[in-house]
Design a binder for this molecule. Structure first.
Ligand SMILES: O=P(O)(O)OC[C@H]1O[C@H](O[C@H]2O[C@H](CO)[C@@H](O)[C@H](O)[C@H]2O)[C@H](O)[C@@H](O)[C@@H]1O
Length: 245
């Protein structure tokens, strides 16, 4: 891994896998308070066209939630870190089944976090997120609650991210999402580039490298990505350069 900026995308050869929060949009105090930058939706559509359609969003959000923020962009998307997927706007969303153990984790979290708690709970159905962006001092408690929520539940694990602890299902991740898309047109035969900022994106970086491509990490921190961009603004500038080149 270096701190070098990535080369511009090669429209004839690359496929792009793009994370959302902290990568394409800046963080906000709450999940639905994020703002898509002016021109952001058009930029996505332009880059997707340049790549012959080989641009997928790979996010921890539900696809329905992402659609609410991106409107009619309608790109191929993996949601819930790969538990959901869809190739194009309007197509049915495929959902891999959620372990029944998620219900027990939900009960444990509800026992630990009561209304008014500084830690907020985001229930995404297939995953549960403990948010402490508004109360950074609660990070250790959020990690402890996450660990207790999955204790003894073999199908689940708790993973820390940017001001969150997420209770997720094992065997589902961004690497699988990259591999699945890469088997199908228009992604098949293209060199994958995965761009992301958080712990769950590390799987995506590794999968892209295994398939002959590379990762681009947004922001600081140890990473398996080969390249780095400083922040969301730098990502938008790189996408714009790739779209025009
Ligand atoms: O895979 P991503 O698209 O990066 O999604 C990861 C998580 O993103 C969201 O949380 C993050 O963004 C919030 C809004 O800016 C912020 O408040 C939070 O601190 C961040 O961690 C989303 O709410 C989660 O469900 C996603 O898993």
């Amino acid at each position: 891994m270096t701190d070098h900026a990535p080369p511009p995308l090669d429209p004839a050869r690359n496929a792009l896998f793009l994370d959302f929060d902290g990568t394409f949009v800046d963080f906000a105090p709450e999940p639905d308070a994020i703002v898509v930058r002016p021109g952001g939706r058009e930029l996505l559509k332009t880059v997707a066209r340049r790549l012959g359609g080989a641009l997928a969003l790979v996010t921890g959000r539900r696809i329905e939630n992402l659609d609410g923020h991106l409107g009619a962009v309608g790109l191929p998307t993996a949601g819930l870190h790969g538990q959901q997927s869809r190739m194009a706007a309007g197509e049915a969303i495929e959902l891999r089944p959620t372990s029944p153990q998620m219900e027990e984790a939900r009960r444990r979290i509800a026992d630990a976090i009561r209304p008014g708690d500084p830690i907020a709970v985001e229930d995404k159905g297939g995953a549960l997120v403990l948010h402490y962006r508004r109360a950074p001092g609660e990070a250790p408690r959020a990690r402890a609650i996450g660990a207790r929520a999955v204790a003894g539940l073999a199908d689940l694990h708790a993973q820390s991210g940017h001001d969150i602890v997420e209770v997720r299902q094992r065997g589902i991740g961004k690497a699988e999402a990259v591999r699945r898309f890469s088997e199908q047109p228009p992604f098949a035969g293209r060199i994958p580039v995965f761009v992301g900022d958080d712990t769950t994106d590390e799987d995506g970086f590794r999968a892209a490298a295994e398939l002959g491509g590379f990762g681009v990490k947004i922001g600081p921190g140890e990473t398996a990505a080969r390249y780095r961009l400083a922040d969301v603004s730098a990502l938008h500038a790189w996408l714009a350069a790739s779209a025009c080149g």
